[in-house]
Design a protein around this ligand. Structure first.
Ligand SMILES: Cc1ncc(COP(=O)(O)O)c(C=O)c1O
Length: 446
């Protein structure tokens, strides 16, 4: 049976972002806490939180029970013209926990769709607001941003390997380089970094703000770009610039939301409220697909009118607001208070920081960086010059392979390695994770 599963997985299951000609099956059959168990009897520490999803650990009894209870009441009710009590409660809860001023929640099923909703609603806002600006049809986006793979989300994304092929299908955007500390010119210090990057943004806004419906950003950390971390003050400054140039601010917290960066939402660390906040992944604790787009009353009101006004948001997904997912999300949010999830983070963040600092000394490690529970480092052939390893050396992939031998699953990346485990990870498990990463770096670069 196990061999059949591996064969079927290789032949019939077309995996996301995976070259199937090289795919080595890894089939998970159960999980508990931070541990995944595969059909070969191996246990693996989930070093990437099931891709930013898992928060409180796998198979958590409270989330399991919430889903089961909901299942015995109603598994689905459409959000087109009706609702479900669990979903309504979740909407209210999200309004309560997100930055003040975001009072309206539109549900969808994945992060890409949550961003599509924000992009379309921002565009429509400018047509329907008191002082309509129909020329505002473009978006400002940052370097190697990643906002998902549907056509709109890919248009505002900038990872060449993923999106370049589809360029003829994508809409035009205004792009500015990512606020990446690794590209600061000499003479600009860390303290001036935010200003340096904000000046670049302002130059574009001054020129093209009139055409821009919104600026879209992953706040604090651009994940898929390779954990590009922004300097303190950048998001706060971006909020000010967006207001000054009359452009809406969309913060995509699909990855950073729900505690990953140390606060419940990354925006909180900079004390700002965006015009649109998009959420996904960790929303249900990593149990069921669900995403959300939140916005302010100022924006929401422009969508109101009679049925014939055409002002409604004509967008929706069949499973939007699914009650089972809503039950999981409510249970996950409840666990944040019951298990004091955020309060447990500082010692874990500190342990990650100590272990990362050790790895930073390694002769083939550069730019070790951390934001909350997210750690990353670049693998370089020459530490002095920053020269990368040749792509065919596949060092990043080798780090992940070796980590597997040490019972840790790390998402392979060509020229770097990173980890963002479930927030429920213990200090001992952090040590196992960082031991495996260290062993991987040492063996892959020697
Ligand atoms: C910042 C960000 N936005 C959007 C998405 C897309 O979410 P989904 O894969 O659920 O469509 C991702 C996924 O990795 C992401 O990291």
């Amino acid at each position: 049976m196990h061999n059949d599963l591996h064969d079927w997985d290789r032949t019939h299951h077309w995996h996301a972002f995976t070259q199937m000609a090289e795919y080595e099956p890894l089939v998970i059959e159960s999980a508990d806490g931070v541990w995944l168990f595969d059909t070969e009897g191996r246990r693996l520490l989930d070093g990437a939180g099931s891709m930013w999803c898992n928060v409180h650990g796998h198979n958590h009894p409270a989330i399991n029970t919430a889903i089961e209870r909901q299942l015995h009441r109603v598994a689905h009710a459409t959000s087109l013209g009706m609702s479900c009590d669990t979903t309504v409660q979740l909407a209210k809860r999200l309004v309560d926990v997100t930055p003040a001023g975001l009072d309206h929640v539109f549900f969808s099923s994945d992060g890409s769709s949550a961003n599509e909703v924000a992009l379309k609603a921002a565009f429509q806002y400018w047509l329907q607001c008191d002082d309509p600006q129909p020329q505002k049809t473009k978006y400002l986006t940052f370097g190697e941003a990643y906002h998902g793979d549907t056509i709109g989300a890919a248009s505002v994304g900038g990872i060449g390997k993923f999106h370049d092929l589809f360029k003829p299908l994508l809409f035009e955007v205004v792009r500015t380089p990512s606020p990446d500390m690794r590209r600061l010119p000499s003479g600009v210090t860390g303290d001036d970094a935010a200003k340096f990057f904000l000046d670049e943004v302002e130059a574009l806004l001054r020129e093209q703000g009139n055409q821009l419906a919104a600026v879209v950003i992953e706040p604090l950390v651009q994940g898929a770009a390779g954990m590009v971390m922004q300097p303190p003050g950048f998001i706060r400054g971006l909020r000010k610039l967006a207001d000054q140039y009359n452009v809406l601010l969309i913060t995509d917290e699909v990855a950073t939301g729900f505690g990953r960066t140390g606060t419940m939402f990354a925006c909180e660390a900079e004390g700002i409220t965006p015009d649109f906040l998009t959420l996904g992944k960790g929303l249900t604790g990593g149990y069921l697909p669900m995403a959300a787009t939140l916005t302010s009353t100022r924006i929401w009101e422009t969508f109101l009118g009679d049925a014939e006004s055409g002002r409604a948001l004509y967008h929706g997904h069949t499973y939007s607001g699914n009650p089972l997912a809503a039950a999981a999300a409510l249970a996950s949010l409840h666990l944040f208070s019951e298990e004091h999830t955020l309060e447990t983070l500082p010692p874990k963040v500190e342990r990650l920081s100590v272990r990362l600092a050790e790895l930073a000394e390694h002769p083939h490690v550069a730019n070790a960086r951390q934001r909350g529970m997210v750690v990353a480092l670049d693998l370089v052939a020459d530490k002095q010059t920053g020269e990368p390893f040749p792509p065919e050396a596949r060092v990043g992939q080798r780090v992940a392979q070796i980590a597997l031998e040490h019972e840790v699953w790390l998402r392979p990346r060509p020229d770097m390695t990173y980890a963002f485990p479930p927030l429920a990870i213990s200090l001992e498990e952090i040590d196992l994770l960082m031991d495996a990463m260290t062993a991987g770096v040492e063996a892959a670069t020697s």
